[in-house]
Design a binder for this molecule. Sequence first.
Ligand SMILES: C[S@@+](CC[C@H](N)C(=O)[O-])C[C@H]1O[C@@H](n2cnc3c(N)ncnc32)[C@H](O)[C@@H]1O
Length: 221
Amino acid sequence: MAASTRSFVLRHTRLRPVPGLEEIRLHLADEVLPLWHAVQVETRDPDAALPYWAFAWGGGLAIARYLGEHPEPVAGKRVFDLASGSGLCAIAALRAGAVEATGADIDAFAAVAIELNARADGHRVTVVRRDVLDEEPPDADVILAGDCWYDAGLAGRVLPWLQRARDRGIDVLIGDPGRRYLPADALVELAAYEVRTTTELEDMELKHGRVYGLREADPDA
Ligand SMILES: C[S@@+](CC[C@H](N)C(=O)[O-])C[C@H]1O[C@@H](n2cnc3c(N)ncnc32)[C@H](O)[C@@H]1O
């Protein structure tokens, strides 16, 4: 973990309970815009991505709640947390009895946040810091995909990749708070929760975070 990236994450966040999931603590920020500006300055990149890693998003919160109530999908399994951000889903899976967890994210700050958050929870998450969506599905039993449908470009790539994984026998759990590009027709709803985010990020403090599986492939399609 690059020392400067690590100290940046620590400087700009506080380790504190996740709203609605008080048993899990993450390094979280209060405000998006000042932190985003700090990231732009730190990276000298005016187009730097939003600091997704410093917040628990509605989709990840829904998956984490679901696994708290239903550990069976991940207990004893190897879990791959796509678009891991803070690492929330991977950490929730380890708490639910997953034997190992990998968090994949393209953001260097997320890579550090995942490691720091897992360690703060007494766990270890292997971090993959690259875009895996052009690769074959990972060597895992379960893929968790929390809040991946907020961007058209990303959304268009995630579903086919998850379907390919499913076709190879990997279970898929999706969490989403009703994002614009969610491919609802391809999904089966498993549970719904009120999830508490922040108006810094969302239009409402309480959102409905839903957990989905993938609809079975149509053999006639
Ligand atoms: C809205 S956040 C969700 C984070 C976490 N899953 C949650 O629900 O709290 C989306 C994350 O996807 C990551 N991301 C975007 N494109 C990606 C890609 N191609 N592969 C992996 N991660 C990606 C972003 O860096 C960001 O951390």
